[in-house]
Design a protein around this ligand. Sequence first.
Ligand code: PLP
Length: 357
Amino acid sequence: IVNFSAGPATLPFEVLQQVQAELLDWNGSGMSVMEMSHRDKEFMSIAQAAEQDLREVMGIPANYKVLFMQGGATAQFSFVPMNLLRGKAGADYIVTGDWGKKAAKIGGQLCKVNVAASAEADKFTHIPERGSWNLDPDAAYVHITPNETIHGVEFHAEPDTAGVPLVADMSSNILSRPIDVSKYGLIYAGAQKNIGPSGVTIVVVREDLLGETLPKTPAIFDYKQVADNESMLNTPPCFAWYVAGLVFKWMKQQGGMTAIGERNAAKAALLYDYIDSEPFYTNPVRKADRSRMNVPFTLANPERDADFLKGAKAVGLSGLKGHRSVGGMRASIYNAMTIDGVQALVDYMKEFVRTQS
Ligand code: PLP
């Protein structure tokens, strides 16, 4: 099966094989990672290696903390304002799709949210021009969703926020290309697309932003307390953390972010070039803002959607149904998707067009 699901998504096959080989007996310990105490030296070594490898592969500066949390990106929609307001009244949100909209709505339960720009009126088919953003100079942070998983819209460079910390929900494009972490105040991402199994959420945060939570913030949601306790205030998601660590090692073996970024660019170009060349298929997103990770497309004849999906499944291509709010199809082509997988999809799309005539 070639899995185009938006998430949980395909993991690198080599990593799955390693998980299988180590499942019952990790490194001669006589135990599965699932059975280990998170306080034992075996798991501590797994946890520390995962953080070190993530720091290396992502180029995380020493003044940033790395947290392995639970609750998914959705929990971060609340944790971010709980931790980062630092006495300020509100924050700016740039809404480029449904996930950013959700982050702003949930953030608004805890602080004054200023939607400084939104592309909703244009059905989230582009990123609003930076010059049109109505930023509040006194905002605690500016929140963006660098890749909108549902609408297939991606920032290809960090916006200038005039010194206000940039906060990014990178759930669907973390570790997909080189980035300069020092341009961000905080990055968060659920693991289940580019990193590993669902259940662990990565937070990378500049340490000078920590330590001033909203009153009554529980310790388990307080980034500083989580950091001071090495993400082990309580039982962490041990198995997901371990698999994430294997994926970070796999990324290093692949040649790191530069090589992975080039491969992702090539995969996306293969699919978009075909869509643009064939009038039967349409991607509505402005070319400069198209996602390298999630490629929504529609058929000229939507009555054929069900046939398209059925035929795809029959040749081993799964997870192509578009999100219900957008319709049509969506091919998610995260890091673990191979170029051969994308080629198989393009071949199928060509064949499907041929059967129309
Ligand atoms: N943010 C983005 C960009 C997403 O794609 C998703 C899930 O698909 C979420 C947030 C929600 O993540 P979770 O299910 O980990 O809470």
